[in-house]
Design a protein around this ligand. Structure first.
Ligand code: NAD
Length: 302
């Protein structure tokens, strides 16, 4: 096993990871109170660079996929925008529209501000995730898995749509957790978020743990919380052992996950990036494709 740094505080850059110098690390929670500020019909890709990539670039990327046998697929919020879930940093992203929104995903605020929690639970009931369905991008990932080429799928997404699409749970790492679960911050209780939301609908504004009275939260990882060390290690090992890292719909600005890219490249893997906007690793890539994931990713299938 690779020796990854022991600190797993998601709020800290991981100094031992390649590329970890960028001081940006953040925590996803589309579950957060402001997540439904962007409406599905307000999330067109019109204002992005969504021209189809040139055919020769698509063909080059398809050829790289075809020649690979141990692919690490790394996905981000961009693969779910076509399912109606806003990303964070795209032109219609939640944080792009409201830079203060980040604080709602910060564990310190969440634990200490009852009003913020109340607003959060109330708006979480209507989160666009609950009605979202997997799209052609998620389905293309499933097809790639079924071709036998996928070593591991590491998703930064917390929406559960890869699993809904049929990705093999044994090969999926939801590195930032999932909105589908709930947990107590004081004891070991874990359950379904839907049960907690039922309590909110029934009138509890800040539902507490029925075992110990502790504060409940979703099983997404907030700013200031730790990633699951085993997930991180598994992802890092896979990055060091893949022959292609296929980054899809991610700004590659969230650490430590973004550090998987230089780690894979430095150990000999090819890099293909499919994203509507540029990333810091474009210059290291063997192919960079700009365009809609739902349209382009199926074209890369062998
Ligand atoms: P990000 O918001 O930083 O970047 C998403 C990227 O996807 C952007 O560069 C955007 O231009 C691109 N994009 C959006 N829609 C696209 C499309 N249809 N086709 C092609 N490109 C598209 O997302 P990130 O890198 O994943 O990091 C943000 C953090 O927040 C992550 O932890 C992420 O998991 C979390 N988050 C998750 C969800 C979700 O679970 N669906 C939603 C928002 C944020």
């Amino acid at each position: 096993m690779n020796d990854i740094p022991s600190s797993s505080d998601h709020s800290q850059p991981r100094a031992g990871w390649p590329g970890a110098a960028q001081p940006r690390a953040d925590l996803p929670d589309i579950n957060r109170p402001d997540a439904d500020d962007s409406r599905a019909d307000d999330r067109s890709l019109d204002d992005r660079d969504t021209d189809q990539p040139p055919a020769d670039q698509v063909e080059e990327a398809r050829r790289i996929v075809e020649q690979s046998s141990r692919i690490l697929v790394l996905t981000g919020a961009g693969i779910s925008t076509e399912s109606g879930i806003p990303d964070f940093r795209g032109p219609n992203g939640v944080w792009t529209k409201d830079p203060d929104a980040e604080k709602y995903s910060t564990i310190e605020y969440y634990m200490n501000d009852e009003n913020l929690r109340i607003r959060g639970w109330s708006r979480r009931v209507d989160n666009p995730t609950w009605g979202a369905e997997p799209n052609a991008g998620h389905e293309a990932v499933v097809a790639l898995e079924r071709s036998g080429k996928v070593h591991l799928l590491v998703t930064q997404n917390v929406d559960g749509l890869h699993l809904s699409a049929g990705s093999d749970p044994e090969r999926v790492v939801e590195i930032h957790g999932s909105v589908r679960g709930a947990m107590c911050t004081s004891c070991d209780w874990r359950g379904e978020i839907s049960d907690v939301l039922d309590r909110v609908r029934a009138g509890e504004s800040d539902p507490r743990c029925e075992l110990c009275g502790g504060i409940l939260k979703s099983t997404t990882i907030f700013f200031g919380e730790h990633l699951v060390e085993a997930d991180l290690q598994r992802s890092y090992d896979a990055a060091g052992d893949c022959d292609l890292i296929l980054a899809v719909g991610t700004s590659l600005s969230v650490y430590p996950v973004a550090a998987l890219v230089p780690h894979a490249v430095n150990t000999g893997a090819k890099l293909v990036i499919l994203n509507a906007e540029e990333t810091q690793f474009d210059l290291s890539a063997d192919a960079v494709l700009r365009g809609s994931i739902g349209e382009v990713l199926p074209q890369l299938l062998p």
